[in-house]
Design a protein around this ligand. Structure first.
Ligand code: PAF
Length: 279
């Protein structure tokens, strides 16, 4: 493992020998979901670049940024054990942003108008800013992102194409705990009781999937809402089934043959998201 604190030192190190280069952008607090991205990147590339950077411009809520889990020493230990082919980019904000830490403004083709974009104002402009910067600066041949953040994946794929960058964006399946909870760095912030309740997100998605072809989408919404009213230690923020390409909500009056269900819920102050293909 080689750790680089500046993009300049890393860019100088990259050469034909390190290509094809696979990149796994992260905000640290690595879990098995990240490890699955890293494993895939190692299989498909000569070297793998992991960035660990808690990007301030994608946090619409200051407390969320302050409380975001940080386990940098453990992260580096984990990475070291995986492979010596791994390069780690561990910058401070000024290396990424210069003196002014603010998001740029991208045309996100409306993909940021719903769900996480609607609930977390400016979040996806912050994500787009940092990811576009990484892709432009290091030109990885492939970059890997988890489908747990499906809306983010679509938005990154969109900016990558609209900026005509050369990276191939690769979405990887959600990695789940035994009880179905999607792996997320935020899971480490849950109390023991909240952790037990957290599997209800996936249960809600499964209720939708098992009834999707039988009843209109409107009835699925009623079922899922009723499920969360019964389990009131977890508060549903939204449940939406949308077209997986446009993220537009599907017709309420039809059963669901194709579509992806998206869910967000609160356990105390911790907000978790998940999604599941309904076809
Ligand atoms: O998914 C994440 O961890 C972040 O949003 C990303 C893609 C690393 C950008 O900061």
């Amino acid at each position: 493992m080689k750790v680089f604190k500046t993009s300049q030192s890393l860019a100088e190190y990259l050469s034909n020998e390190t290509r094809p280069l696979g990149m796994v952008p992260t905000m640290g607090a690595l879990h098995l979901g990240h490890l699955s991205l890293i494993e895939r990147a190692l299989q498909e590339n000569q070297s793998v670049l992991i960035s660990i950077f808690v990007n301030p411009t994608q946090f619409n809520d200051k407390n969320d940024l302050i409380n975001y889990p940080n386990s940098i020493d453990e992260d580096l230990l984990q990475i070291e054990k995986i492979s010596e082919k791994i390069l780690v980019y561990l910058p401070k904000a000024d290396d990424v942003y210069g003196n002014i830490v603010e998001a740029k403004s991208f045309d996100l083709a409306g993909l940021d108008q719903m769900m996480e974009g609607e609930k977390r104002s400016g979040h996806f402009q912050g994500v787009a800013t940092v990811v576009a910067h990484f892709l432009k600066t290091f030109s990885p041949d492939r970059a890997y992102f988890g489908e747990k953040d499906f809306q983010q994946l679509l938005i990154i794929d969109h900016i990558n194409r609209s900026l005509k960058l050369k990276t191939k964006i690769i979405g990887c399946p959600v990695v789940r705990e035994k009880d179905g909870l999607a792996m997320s760095s935020r899971n480490s912030l849950l109390t023991a009781d909240q952790r037990k309740q957290a599997s209800k997100l996936f249960e809600g998605l499964q209720i939708a999937k098992s009834n999707a072809k039988k009843v209109p989408y409107r009835s699925l919404k009623i079922m899922v809402n009723a499920f969360f009213e019964k389990h009131n230690k977890i508060t549903l923020d939204y449940f939406i089934i949308a077209d997986p390409n446009t993220l537009k909500e599907i017709d309420l009056e039809q059963p669901v043959h194709q579509g992806r269900a998206f869910i967000a819920a609160y356990l105390g102050k911790i907000r978790l998201i998940d999604n599941l293909d309904m076809s």
